[in-house]
Design a protein around this ligand. Structure first.
Ligand code: CO
Length: 240
């Protein structure tokens, strides 16, 4: 190996080391931030973590997109303990997703949340990917649910020529369909048979302004879902 080759090798090793230092710094920052956060909370309220550890009684379940720009607590100005959160790519509520169903059941039946919010956001990469014909990997199977939403509303979406507008309208329609998907679950419908303080809402967050748009699709009964989706009362049936 010539000296030049050796030097190049060392240069590469140094570069690799540099990258790993930068990577370490981005990780260490999280631990340092955490320590600062703890200090700040305790300086404001010495009992903060003693009270936080006692338990949670959130009134809201947030089902949002995994996108790093839409954190539930920040967007709604709420504190730890106030919002129960489930997030996945493009805020899909699929009735065979055990993860989502478990979160929903626990939130509705144990925590007794009063509001379930499906929160999408304009410019959602998942929704844009679903509108395209490209393959992205295993996620294509997840995004299939959104392609189905597109098919349901193709007559409206096909008339939109601007691609960005088309994505954003599909974002709204996707949230609306996911609200209805939640209402179609036996979890939500059984809860409605016993209590009248549970609402399912649809929101879209505008990343450009930070503001939430309430899509006004709030549901508190199964009556607008279509006859086939409406369950009869399982307990009443058991009595007959
Ligand atoms: Co998204």
């Amino acid at each position: 190996m010539s000296n030049t080759e050796k030097n190049n090798g060392q240069g590469k090793a140094a570069e690799a080391n540099q990258i790993s230092l930068a990577q370490k710094a981005s990780y260490d920052k999280l631990i340092a931030n955490n320590a600062q956060w703890v200090e700040k909370r305790i300086s404001e309220d010495p009992d903060y973590f003693i009270n936080l550890a006692k338990g949670q009684s959130p009134e809201v379940l947030w089902i949002g997109c995994s996108d790093s720009r839409v954190p539930a607590n920040e967007v709604t100005g709420t504190k730890p303990g106030e919002v129960f959160v489930h997030r996945n790519i493009a805020n899909v509520c699929n009735h065979t997703d055990m993860n989502m169903l478990s979160v929903l059941d626990y939130a509705v039946n144990v925590l007794k949340v009063k509001h379930v919010i499906v929160a999408g956001h304009y410019g959602c990469g998942g929704v844009a990917a679903a509108l395209s014909n490209k393959q992205f990997g295993i996620i294509d199977n997840w995004l299939r649910h959104i392609k189905d939403v597109y098919r349901l509303h193709a007559h409206e979406l096909d008339r939109i020529t601007d691609e960005k507008q088309k994505v954003n309208r599909l974002v709204e329609l996707n949230v609306t369909e996911q609200v209805y998907n939640l209402c179609k679950t036996s979890i939500i419908q059984n809860a409605w048979m016993h209590r009248h303080d549970l609402e399912v809402h649809g929101w879209v967050i505008d990343l450009g302004s930070g503001l939430v748009k309430d899509l006004k699709v709030t549901s508190s009964s199964p009556h607008n879902l279509g006859y086939v989706y409406e369950f009869e009362n399982a307990e009443a049936v058991a009595v007959h």
